[in-house]
Design a protein around this ligand. Sequence first.
Ligand code: HEM
Length: 395
Amino acid sequence: LYTFCPHEGYYRVFHDLNGIPSSGDIHSGYSALRQTAPIVAESTPNRWLAVGYEAAAEIIKNGADFSGKVIVPDVFLAMGASLTHLGGQAHAELRRATQALFSPERLRRWEETVVRPAALELVERISRRGHADLVADLAALLPHVVLGKIMGFSEADMENARRWAVQILCASFDLDTALTASSELTRCLRALLAARRESPADDLASDVLGLEVGGRPITEEEQLAFLRMMTPAGFETTFRALANLFTGLLTHPEQLATLARDPTLVPQAVEEGLRWETSVLRTIRIAKRDVVVQGVPLPAGAWVSVNVAAANHDPEVYAEPERFDIFRPRRPHLAFGIGRRHCLGAALARMELRVALETVVEKLPGLRLDPLATPPVIGGHLFRSALRLPVLFDT
Ligand code: HEM
């Protein structure tokens, strides 16, 4: 299950799950479903799939009728009670406390001290070569280095943490391995917290020590659960979003050329990359009571898989949604969700994507796909991305 690909530098598990290779094109299937209804019943009783933009946005935002406290028992056992497993006041209090760790001022500091130097170092390593694989050489490495530094991990711990995170995410397929990974990660985090109690540093492991949750000091279990969840949340998501952004630009070389001439276009390219092929396909909500959304009646207890990837391709909102177009009129996409549970790391992820793209267009002139390589394909069952991006550039 956890085949490590030394070339690609990360785990293939989400691409080849239990031996079932993932299909590249998911969007034509969602489009066919969307033509029948914005929310469709799945084959399992009381499971639903939201594929229309308005329906998805309404369900994600509507905390009165839908709960975002979704307990998948195996994942819960391995991950513990952190944000995604809490609801109501408990979620709101922990969310308020942890949101403060991602303040604009903090992000500016991370950009200058962690993200830009890391992006520069990775790009300079390849810049004299004239060729690279932008997944293995950059997308799979940058969020790894960044997360390790902002969490406070040593390099060796981060390498392990990345493997444990994937194993925890796969708890529904292999609970024993996930539970072992969870205890190893917890042991490592306990040691990190103990070290930071002795000698604080500029990292999240130090910051969580002083948090107040709902007017009381945070417990050690809450600190551990928060840091344990950050590991998969901050890595798998961002590295795949980076790979997909580069795929969009490299397969549309005229847009990449325009962007290289005018780097002020970088932020809108980042947003289009997130809309076009988001790395996280879905989020889940459970109906608290009988409710009607966009004309579709959902019974109390309905488990709704809100497919943000499909919502971001709704033609009612985005003309020719399959087209990657950094110049399309901007409408807020749902890649990070929306409302009170929207992605805690959205600003960090956006910044990493922006800085990586700025660095690449500045340092790798003439960047283009290697014409002799197989064209990139975006695929994946849980997270989506291209696996390889062989490129050439001028030296
Ligand atoms: C491009 C990269 C990323 C994408 C596409 C993404 C996507 C998402 C999505 C769709 C959700 C669910 C929102 C909902 O249910 O309404 C979410 C939640 C979350 N994300 Fe991200 N994410 C990314 C990066 C990150 C990073 C870098 C971090 C942390 C460093 C992070 C931490 C979280 C956390 C903690 C939550 C749970 C929030 C809550 O329940 O209150 N994510 N993310």
